[in-house]
Every structure is written in structure tokens, then in C-alpha cells.
Design a binder for this molecule. Structure first.
Ligand code: UDP
Length: 327
């Protein structure tokens, strides 16, 4: 198939693009490089640098595109609270433009990169797809709004789509890992301490109602996540919008994550307790039973040790090209 990957220079988008190429598909990456890295675009993908809204017609207009995987988005929770306009325009407007371009050019298959942030604070864990959606920040709200739009486009215009709601994506694959100019995620920050780029890790609260008082999250390997995109794409059906959660199904506390990072890196990784971070739920664990039973998704890299090992290998290989060189 000929596939367009928006945001294919970003962390998740680039690993998915590489996975599609490995599976024998032709891939065109569109990315404006606002947060992505040119080096992350896999060899073998055609690359178009530009604003999605400006280039969508040109790329989709050839009449030979079979599907779109849409990753391009703004994705920082804190920033979305401070500057929601950037998120409503950057996520919702841009996606509506993409959906309309797909309609104009008869492209009827979409996989959408969504998030557990659409659920907000859960009543029950593990979280299933029929849990209430009450996002606690504009980022999650924009992704949820897009899901509503996709559902109605599927019903009215024959689009076949799958939204994948990611829990905590981590790890690396084939030289591509998390390398954001502004890093907010736990594992890359802890590994930056091990690299000597930061003095210590700040633990956001140790008085949560959890096993050791720190927040619990479900970490999923980026390559397992990519496999789910391929399965979703292969089974999209016109007029249908499916929504699946993606996690490993195990919860690890912040302290447990830091301990695993100590084991993997051999570094003492000093940690200091800081106040809670606004908007953090205590526990987020996915039920991914639905995608396992519907699509046969079978993640194989679910051990946190393995996930951190891959992230560490990437972080070391990147060395000074990482945040320190770009900060
Ligand atoms: N966290 C932390 N210190 C950091 C970064 C994150 O204690 O420097 C905690 C955060 O409060 C959350 C967990 O680690 O409980 C995972 O945070 P992350 O930002 O990686 O993912 P999120 O669950 O917010 O999507």
C-alpha cells in the first residue's frame, strides 16, 4: 500500500513509519519539523517538509494513496493548559483539514494517534474503551473532539478509521527514541540524569494513594505500539470507526521506574520528592483486551526492564546530539 504518515519525524510517527516500510509498504512522511527530527525519518520513506494543511492536497491528490496514519500534533499537557489556542488550532483545525483533503481525494482509510488523556481521572482501572471520557486538560480534549469528528465522517462519508489511545509510550527502536527539545516524560528525564545532563530526578508527589505513594503508569514499548498501527490499518473497514486502548496492562510506580533505570544504567540516579504536578491522575493502567481479541495484537516487549534498556541504548548512542546540544 502507499501510505502517508503525518508527523513521521516525531518519536512515535517515525517508528511507525519504519515498521510500515519493514512490512513492505511505500511511505510518504509529512512533517514540519517543529518538534520532530529529520534524522528520525526512516530511510526508504519519501519526505515532504511542510505544513500539513499546505501540502495535503498535493500529496493526497495523486490518486494512489491507500491510507493515512496521522501523528502530527501538539502533545504537551502543560503547554495545552497555558496556550489552548495552539492546541485547538494545531490539533483540531489541522485534522479537520486533513479529513477534508482525504474526502476530496477519495482516501478512505485512517489510523489516528490518540491518547489516554481523553479519559482523564478514571473511576476504575484497568481502563476499558467504554470508560467515561472526561479529559482534564485541553490536549486530551482536542484529541477527544477529533475522535467525535472522525466518527461522524465515518458514518456520513464512508471513512474507515481506527483511533489508538496510547498510555505511556517508551523505549526505542532501530536508532529512534524519545528526543524532544522540551522533555517532560519520566523515562527520558531519568536517563538524562544517568547521562549527567541533569543532577537529579524530581518525583512529583509521594503521597498518592498507591503502593509506594508515587503515581502508577502503564508503559508500552514504542515498537509494540507500531505493530498495533499496522494491524489497525490492515483491518480498517469503510463506515466504521474503532477505538482501542494501547498499554502493556501492568502498572509501575515512579519509584519503580527509577529503580529499573538504576539497574539498567548502573547510575545511582539521585531523586528528590517535589510537589504533585497539576493534572496528574494517581493511577493509569490500560485494558488492551479489546485490540488483543479483535485484531490479535500481541505485544512482546512488555517488560519494563526491556523498555528501559532500549531507551538507554538510544540515549547513549545519541549522546551530545540530544538535548544538551540543542538546548
Ligand atoms: N514524573 C515525575 N518526574 C518527572 C516527570 C514525570 O515524577 O520529572 C511522573 C509524573 O508525575 C507521572 C509519571 O512520572 O506520574 C509519568 O509522567 P510522564 O510525563 O512520563 O507521562 P504522563 O503519565 O504524564 O503522560
Amino acid at each position: 500500500m502507499k501510505l502517508v504518515v503525518t508527523g513521521g519525524a516525531g518519536y512515535v510517527g517515525s517508528v511507525c513509519a519504519a515498521t510500515l516500510i519493514e512490512a513492505g509498504h511505500e511511505v510518504v512522511v509529512i512533517d514540519d519539523l517543529s518538534t520532530g527530527n529529520r534524522y528520525a525519518v526512516p530511510e526508504g520513506a519519501a519526505f515532504v517538509e511542510g505544513n500539513l494543511v499546505d501540502v495535503a492536497d498535493e500529496i493526497l491528490g495523486g490518486g494512489d494513496v491507500d491510507g493515512v496514519l496521522h501523528f502530527a500534533a501538539r502533545s504537551l499537557v502543560g503547554e495545552s493548559v497555558e496556550d489552548p489556542a495552539k492546541y485547538w488550532h494545531g490539533n483540531l483545525d489541522v485534522t479537520l483539514s486533513l479529513l477534508d483533503a482525504m474526502r476530496r481525494h477519495g482516501v478512505h482509510s485512517l489510523v489516528f494517534s490518540s491518547t489516554a488523556a481523553t479519559y482523564g481521572e478514571p473511576d476504575v482501572v484497568p481502563i476499558t474503551e467504554d470508560a467515561a471520557t472526561r479529559p482534564t486538560n485541553p490536549y486530551g480534549a482536542t484529541k477527544l473532539a477529533i475522535d467525535y469528528a472522525i466518527t461522524s465522517y465515518c458514518n456520513a462519508y464512508g471513512l474507515g478509521a481506527t483511533s489508538l489511545r496510547y498510555f505511556n509510550v517508551a523505549g526505542a527502536h532501530d536508532g529512534v527514541g524519545e528526543n524532544h527539545l522540551t522533555e517532560t516524560h519520566l523515562i527520558p528525564i531519568v536517563l538524562q540524569v544517568a547521562m549527567g545532563y541533569r543532577e537529579k530526578i524530581m518525583v512529583y508527589g509521594d503521597d498518592w494513594p498507591t503502593k509506594d505513594g508515587t503515581c502508577v503508569r502503564d508503559y508500552i514499548h514504542v515498537r509494540d505500539l507500531a505493530d498495533a498501527h499496522l494491524l489497525a490499518l490492515q483491518s480498517n473497514s469503510p463506515g466504521t470507526h474503532r477505538i482501542y486502548n494501547l498499554g502493556s496492562g501492568d502498572g509501575y510506580s515512579v519509584r519503580e521506574v527509577i529503580d529499573v533505570c538504576r539497574e539498567v544504567t548502573g547510575h545511582p540516579i539521585p531523586a528528590e520528592v517535589a510537589p504533585r504536578r497539576a493534572g496528574d491522575p494517581a493511577v493509569l493502567i490500560a485494558s488492551s483486551e479489546k485490540i488483543r481479541s479483535d485484531l490479535g495484537w500481541d505485544p512482546t516487549r512488555t517488560e519494563l526492564h526491556r523498555i528501559v534498556e532500549d531507551a538507554w541504548e538510544f540515549t547513549r548512542a545519541l549522546g551530545d546530539r540530544s538535548h544538551s546540544a540543542r538546548r
